[in-house]
Design a binder for this molecule. Structure first.
Ligand code: DQA
Length: 148
């Protein structure tokens, strides 16, 4: 790792619809708003940051596999794949990179099928229910962890 850790932000299925998608649950910030805020915070924290969104499980897995080597940590909101994808978890686990899982909504206050996460077991930490701020909290924690 250089002085400037490389962070990969992954946004899973349907998160491209943020801003218009059930705003009472997910808030009014668009994905572009969230990525712009993270890019500004990354500058302040002195880290490199790349964001990637896909609605396709295989594309997400390909991007995660490609992170092995050039990336120092992953911040991920896996969307609905959180609750269904063993393959996504396996890809994240295979990288051996520190992973922070973020959810805009408090998944534990919602339907019971959202209470299970396949990702949490390999995550360094999980942030759920803080809205868009959760990504910022996660980024700061991830960079601090990498620098420790
Ligand atoms: C989500 C919660 C998931 O249950 C849901 O499928 C999403 C978004 C969140 O950010 O709150 O797509 O990950």
């Amino acid at each position: 790792m250089s002085d400037s850790p490389a962070i990969l932000v992954i946004h899973g299925p349907n998160l491209n619809l943020l801003g218009t998608r059930e705003p009472e649950i997910y808030g009014h910030a668009t994905l572009a708003d969230i990525d712009a805020r993270l890019a500004a915070e990354a500058k302040e924290l002195g880290c490199e940051l790349e964001s990637f969104q896909s609605n396709h499980e295989g594309e997400l897995i390909d991007r995660i596999q490609a992170a092995m080597g050039p990336v120092d940590g992953i911040l991920i909101n896996p969307g609905g794949l959180t609750h269904s994808s063993v393959s996504l978890r396996d890809a994240l686990g295979a990288t051996s990179l520190p992973v922070i899982e973020v959810h805009l909504s408090n998944v534990f206050a919602r339907e019971s099928f959202r209470h299970q996460s396949f990702v949490s077991g390999i995550a360094l930490g999980v942030i759920s229910g803080l809205g868009a701020r959760g990504y910022s909290v996660g980024l700061e924690a991830l960079v601090a962890h990498i620098r420790e």
